[in-house]
Design a protein around this ligand. Sequence first.
Ligand code: DGT
Ligand code: MG
Length: 446
Amino acid sequence: QSNKVEVVVFSAPSYACKRRTTLKNHNTLLTEALSILAESAELNEDEGRGVAFRRAAAVLKCLPKAVSSMEQLRGLPCLGDHSMRVIKDILENGASSEAESTKQSERFKALKVLTGIFGVGAKTADRWFREGIHSLSQLQESGHTLNQAQQAGLQFYDDINLPVSKTEADAISEIVEKAVHAVLPGAEITLTGGFRRGKLTGHDVDFLITHPEEGKEEGLMPKVVSWLESQGFLLYQKTTRNSYLESKDGPGRPASNMDRFERCLSIFKLTKDRCVGQKQGTKQSATPIESHVKTVCSLGDPTQAKGEGNSESLTGSCQKTEPNPQSHPHPLSQIHPSNLTLNVLGQEKSLDVDQAQTSGHKPWRAVRVDLVVSPVSQFAFALLGWTGSKLFERELRRWAGHEKAMSLSSHALYDNKQSRYLRASSEEEIFAHLGLEYIPPTERNA
Ligand code: DGT
Ligand code: MG
């Protein structure tokens, strides 16, 4: 018998798309610290550093056990010197002093609060921060003109920063299904994003819509939006048209990482009896009673804020971060109530901020919903592209480009060697084209 203590040395492939990452994370202390540093880098628009920390966190997420010594990390990829120092600090002292001081820093806290506004990305938040705007109340006092998205973001700040539950996502699914089937029977709706990966909460609800007959999906989004609007389900929406066919860069080689599908970024109004404790078999009618109650919170002159759009929410890498309401103070408690008015059935009343903003005092909540329409010929690519996680997607594209000389997008897969597009009607086929073992959605939580 030997007295040698066996050290489990972990190993893992360096591409996240070759690993199986479930939601069971045995190393949350480590991954949370690395995620804070990633988030901070992203807020500082240092993408390279952000990705490095995301990769380091992701490799620890797939380990079958908690890390207990530095020795065990010998065989692991993606762990640079900086990440190793962070891990060592946690293993020795129980916490990372760097992650802790980042979390406490005035800049990080302020940028988190400001990018918590829908339609505000890292760039805008940084500009405001440098002007001395560190809180929502300071933003309001500054007299800055906000675009429509940002106004909605401020108005529904608390709700939007409150995680969406699976029950709420299912209630939204029902509404979206009703809307889509009302305007195009036979269309198919798929829940994508984090909920498709099995997450129990999310920062938004993502849907992909298609029709089995190519071309039938054209012009669908405006009709769906009109239906939703007529039923009082939308608090905000911005639809962008599909420009895929018009673009010069060609499928599989998008000019930016943005998709060209018809897409609607929206904020839904979800009635409370639909979100919490909805009883099985007691589905209520599609029209919520208070869809007749129009809420108009005025936060400046909306006519002054045109043209900026909300593109930042699409491109800002820090816009969509894991919801963590605990790390936020309650910035809305600082908003001056005199800025808010509520128009209920034509009666204007001044409104207590709590009544207007917090989810506890009103019979509905605001939920961020992303709708994407795809032609059925591109559906598999769109499904793979919109299921995530973000790092998994990035790694799939890196694998395709670096290891296979292929270009993968949410529209297509192009083989640079054969100079042709590779067709696929399922995610399994795409993985096969890429020479990868199929990883189901629940194991894409890198
Ligand atoms: P969540 O909502 O916080 O629970 O997390 P996810 O994983 O649902 O993340 P989300 O909603 O930001 O996005 C879902 C997936 O959709 C994500 O993995 C990547 C993709 N995605 C999001 N926005 C864009 C975009 O503007 N362009 C492209 N190509 N993909 C996007
Ligand atoms: Mg999502």
